[in-house]
Design a protein around this ligand. Structure first.
Ligand SMILES: Cc1ncc(COP(=O)(O)O)c(C=O)c1O
Length: 400
C-alpha cells in the first residue's frame, strides 16, 4: 500500500467534454416521462414536438440562421460533415452545376473520407493546403476554384492546431465562382462568436459533445436554397433532410449546452486563453520544442499544439497517462503503424518532427494547478525519452 494517490488531470477537452449538470437536468424529462415520439399526433407526441421545435428555434438564433428550418439535427458531428459534403456535391452535380470540389488538406476525416468517396464517384477533388501558420489563405483557394466547382469545404477552427480560418473571405472567393461553402465548425461552436449570416457560409456542422453536451447528437446548418440530397432516407423527418426519429433529449441537451457556453463565454474565453498560453510558454521553455501553427494568427482559446523534437508522441502520452494526465498527440495509430498527423504534415511539419507532437486542450474544469502539474511532470519524461531516442541523438547529438 502506498499513500501516494495519483491525481487525474484531464487536458483533452477538444476530444470530448463532460456533460454539464444543467444539461443533464434539461435532458432528463425526455428520457423519462416525456418520451413521446415528436412525430406522433397525440398529446405526448405534440409535447415532444414542441420541445424539439423550441430547441430548433433557440439553436437557429444562437448560430445566426435566418430561420429555424435551416437547422437539421443529426446523430453526430461526423454525420453532419458526411451529409453536407456528399449531399451538397451530389445535389449540385444533379443540377448540372459541375463535378469539382475543393477541401482543405487539414480537414477532419469526417470531411476527407466523403471527399475521397466523391473522387471515386466521378468528382474531381482538389486540395487546398494551409500554410505553415495553420491558415488557409483566400488567394490559395482562389487559385483552385473553377466555373465547375460546386463545393468548397474548409473547417473553421482546426481541431489539432486551434487556428481559425478566414471563413468570410474564403466564402466570398468560393461564391464568386458559384460554389457552395461548407465548414466544419465543430471545434468553434460556443468557443468564439458564430454567426451564419455574417460568415456567409451555406452549410456548417456542429457537435454537442465538444461543448458539455451529450455524445451522439449534432446539427447541420443548411442555408435555405442550398441543394441537398439527404444521406439518411426513410420516414422523412427533419423536413426530409434527415430521416430517423429525432433524439429529443440529445437535441434539448445540445441546445442547452450551447446556451450555457454563450452565457459564460465573456469570462471563460480569457480564462482559457490564459491557461492555454501558460501551457505554451511552459513547454516552449523546454529545449528543442516548438509551437505548431503561427503564434499571432487567430486561434481558438482552448487548443495548444506543440512538438518536443526527438520524442515519440505516443510514448509521451502513455507516460503522462501513468501520472494521471490525459492529453492527445497529433499521431494516430492506424493498422499497427504509427502515422504522423495529416494536419501537421499539411502545414509542412516533417514527419520525424510531427511524431513528437502533443495537443493539450483546456476546458471548464482546468485550473492553473492542473497546468502546473503538467509542466512539472512533462520535462523529466521528455528527458528520459530523449536519452533513449536514436532520433534525438541523430538530430541534436546525445543527451536531452
Ligand atoms: C473538427 C471535428 N470534426 C468532426 C468531429 C467528429 O464529431 P463527432 O465526434 O460528433 O462525430 C470532431 C470530433 O472529433 C472534430 O473535432
Amino acid at each position: 500500500m502506498t499513500d501516494e494517490t495519483i491525481r487525474t488531470v484531464y487536458l483533452d477537452y477538444a476530444a470530448t467534454t463532460p456533460v454539464d449538470d444543467a444539461v443533464v437536468e434539461a435532458m432528463l424529462p425526455f428520457l423519462g416521462t416525456r418520451f413521446g415520439n415528436p412525430n406522433s399526433l397525440y398529446a405526448m407526441g405534440r409535447d415532444s414536438y414542441r420541445a424539439l421545435e423550441e430547441a430548433r428555434d433557440t439553436f437557429a438564433s444562437a448560430i445566426g440562421a435566418a430561420a429555424p428550418g435551416e437547422v437539421v439535427f443529426t446523430g453526430c458531428g461526423t454525420e453532419a460533415d458526411n451529409a453536407a459534403v456528399l449531399g451538397i456535391a451530389t445535389a449540385a452535380k444533379a443540377r448540372n452545376k459541375g463535378a469539382h470540389i475543393i477541401v482543405s488538406a487539414f480537414e477532419h476525416h469526417a470531411v476527407l473520407e466523403p471527399a475521397k468517396r466523391l473522387g471515386k464517384q466521378g468528382f474531381e477533388v482538389s486540395i487546398v493546403r494551409p500554410r505553415e501558420d495553420g491558415i488557409v489563405y483566400p488567394e490559395d483557394l482562389a487559385a483552385l476554384v473553377r466555373d465547375d466547382t460546386v463545393l468548397v469545404s474548409v473547417m473553421h477552427g482546426n481541431n489539432e492546431l486551434g487556428t481559425v480560418q478566414p471563413l468570410k473571405e474564403l466564402a466570398e472567393v468560393a461564391h464568386r465562382a458559384g460554389a457552395y461553402v461548407h465548414t466544419d465548425a465543430i471545434q468553434t461552436l460556443g468557443k468564439i462568436e458564430w454567426d451564419a449570416a455574417d460568415l456567409g457560409v451555406d452549410a456548417a456542422s456542429f457537435s454537442a459533445h465538444k461543448i458539455y453536451g451529450p455524445k451522439g447528437v449534432g446539427a447541420l446548418y443548411l442555408k435555405r436554397g442550398t441543394p441537398f440530397e439527404p444521406l439518411l432516407i426513410g420516414g422523412g423527418q427533419e423536413s426530409k433532410k434527415r430521416s430517423g426519429t429525432q433524439n429529443v433529449a440529445g437535441i434539448v441537451g445540445l441546445t442547452k449546452a450551447l446556451q450555457l457556453m454563450i452565457a459564460e463565454r465573456e469570462t471563460e474565453s480569457p480564462r482559457l486563453r490564459a491557461l492555454r498560453d501558460r501551457v505554451i510558454e511552459g513547454i516552449l521553455a523546454m529545449p528543442n520544442s516548438l509551437l505548431n501553427g503561427g503564434r499571432d494568427v487567430p486561434r481558438l482559446p482552448h487548443i495548444a499544439n506543440l512538438v518536443l523534437k526527438g520524442v515519440e508522441g505516443e510514448s509521451m502520452l502513455l507516460q503522462l497517462d501513468n501520472k494521471g494526465i490525459a492529453v492527445s498527440t497529433g499521431s494516430a495509430c492506424s493498422s499497427g503503424s504509427l502515422e504522423p498527423s495529416h494536419v501537421l504534415l499539411a502545414i509542412g511539419c516533417p514527419p520525424e518532427v510531427a511524431h513528437g507532437s502533443l495537443r493539450v486542450t483546456v476546458g471548464r474544469f482546468t485550473t492553473e494547478d492542473d497546468v502546473d502539474y503538467l509542466l512539472e511532470t512533462l520535462p523529466p519524461i521528455v528527458e528520459r525519452l530523449r536519452a533513449m531516442s536514436p532520433v534525438y541523438a541523430k538530430m541534436f547529438g546525445s543527451g536531452a
